[in-house]
Design a protein around this ligand. Structure first.
Ligand code: 8LH
Length: 466
């Protein structure tokens, strides 16, 4: 049996709710985190058929899918066999929830076990419902507590959760982990009118050690503090952990937040379906990008066409598999995001693979223009490094005849706008590889996002016939 050395490694998962590590230990579970990765992988390979069997036995969704593929969960005993397990895509989950409302026919626990219901806002399609089992919620909290410990959060620390507490799982997941870690949690929330301004008073009063939000929200908070003549460094925040969108691993965004708050930025996050979504997360000893905590969720980086794992060093799309969830377990969920993975010394002793540049963005958001692939995060990074940048921009993509055009409207403070325009034009040309038109607009022209930013307006379908 592989996994004998791994702390509390059993199926179904369950953790001693009174456990806390030795206060001097950098690790929550020293063996699980620092063991030989091949031994860990062998233990995961023993776990996978159990999770797949559970899904097959308890959900018509997975039974249909695997019967159609001629797949028997008992045969998933090699990595080659696992890579042939068909991926799950979000559209299938949405359809399943339309056909079998409200949670779809992939809910694998009895109704009496459901402890939390969550949902998405549905801004990019039909909303998705999440049903979390009681036992799963406890396990999720334990996993997140363990990862927060790895970031340097400790019992008794104040954790300020400043993200939406309605249709966003991020806040709930962060809160549950901090509670399990015996922190003092402030579920402050976000999104209601005047809340950002009031957050400044609460942050000054509570002096939290750790703070959670989206990167966009932290940038907004820094701006509002500046308008109100408060220095965000006075909040005393030591750790700012972010998820939900790219930013914490975008160098200029990260630097801006670290400088404004005099803090340490930590990137984390996969997808709401994959809660415990903090399974991809940096640590205090390995601050860049994210580590893939492979004994919580199995992360693969795959070729987006074949869904076969790409070698370390290569780019691809993250595909996720739960190892501990029993309610709505996801087996090879295709994220449709983009990233690159590596297996290197992480500096913190944990032997997990990593995403050194985090998750860059969604495949759908990548702009394909005149033979180039442009990531919106690259544009963000260029602009934020130029002095005089006003804090927001929009990327406009259009088509005239057969010619695609890309233009950036960027805010500039009262600095020299001609200088700013020149620096932005040449910086964007260098990084994007194309001539990008730059239009300078006044600071505060664009609405700020207090959740996830959306900056690209691709109008090519509408402008095609001109
Ligand atoms: C990210 C990141 C990240 C998420 N870097 N892109 O916050 C985690 C969970 C709760 C979440 O945001 O789930 P949701 O709303 O389903 O969105 C998932 C997408 O958000 C994911 O596919 C990514 O595109 C993005 N995302 N965390 C970059 N750290």
């Amino acid at each position: 049996m592989a996994g004998e050395k791994m702390e509390e490694w059993h199926w179904p998962a369950g953790y001693d709710q009174n456990y806390l590590p030795d206060p001097g230990s950098p690790y929550w579970f020293p063996n699980r985190e620092t063991m030989d990765p091949q031994e860990r992988d062998a233990a995961v390979l023993e776990r996978l058929p159990l999770v797949i069997q559970h899904a097959y036995d308890n959900s018509p969704f997975y039974r249909r899918k695997y019967d159609a593929a001629g797949l028997d969960p008992k045969d998933i005993t090699t990595w080659e066999a696992f890579e042939q397990v068909p991926v799950v895509v979000k559209e299938e989950l949405r359809q399943s929830q339309v056909d079998a409302p409200p949670f779809g026919d992939y809910i694998c626990v009895p109704d009496s076990e459901i402890h939390h219901i969550h949902g998405t806002s549905g801004t990019t399609g039909t909303p998705t419902g999440f049903a979390m089992g009681r036992r799963d919620w406890e396990v999720i909290a334990d996993n997140h507590a363990r990862i927060l410990w790895g970031m340097g959060v400790r019992p008794g620390d104040t954790v300020f959760v400043s993200a939406l507490f309605s249709l966003y799982l991020g806040s709930w997941g962060a809160m549950s982990g901090a509670e399990r870690l015996r922190c003092k949690v402030f579920p402050y929330g976000a999104g209601a009118s005047g809340m950002t301004s009031r957050a400044i008073g609460w942050l000054t009063r509570t002096q939290p050690k750790a703070f959670y939000s989206t990167p966009s929200y932290a940038l907004r908070l820094a701006e509002v503090a500046e308008q109100e003549k408060v220095d965000p460094r006075e909040f005393g925040i030591k750790i700012m952990f972010f998820s939900g969108e790219p930013g914490a691993s975008v160098p200029a965004v990260r630097n801006k937040i670290e400088k404004a708050f005099d803090t340490r930025v930590v990137d984390c996050g996969t997808m709401a379906e994959m809660t415990p979504f903090m399974s991809a997360s940096a640590t205090d000893g390995s601050p860049d990008g994210m580590l893939l905590w492979q004994d919580i969720v199995w992360h693969e980086i795959c070729d987006p066409d074949t869904y076969r794992t790409v070698p370390y060093g290569d780019e691809g799309t993250p595909v996720y598999t739960h190892l501990e969830r029993t309610s709505q377990p996801m087996i090879r969920l295709a994220s449709k995001d983009l990233s690159r993975w590596e297996m290197k010394d992480n500096g913190c002793g944990r032997t997990y693979p990593s995403l050194p540049s985090g998750v860059y963005g969604r495949i759908d958001d990548m702009i394909h223009i005149r033979g180039e692939n442009v990531y919106p995060t690259e544009i963000d990074n260029v602009l934020r490094e130029i002095s005089g940048y006003g804090g927001e921009h929009r990327v406009l993509v259009s088509r005239t005849g057969s010619m695609d055009e890309i233009k950036v409207r960027a805010e500039c403070t009262d600095a020299d706008t001609a200088e700013f325009e020149k620096a932005a034009t040449s910086g964007l040309h260098r990084v994007v590889g194309l001539r990008v038109g730059v239009e300078v607009v006044a600071a505060n022209t664009f609405e700020r996002s207090e959740h996830k930013a959306k900056r690209v307006i691709d109008d090519r379908e509408h402008t095609q016939k001109k």
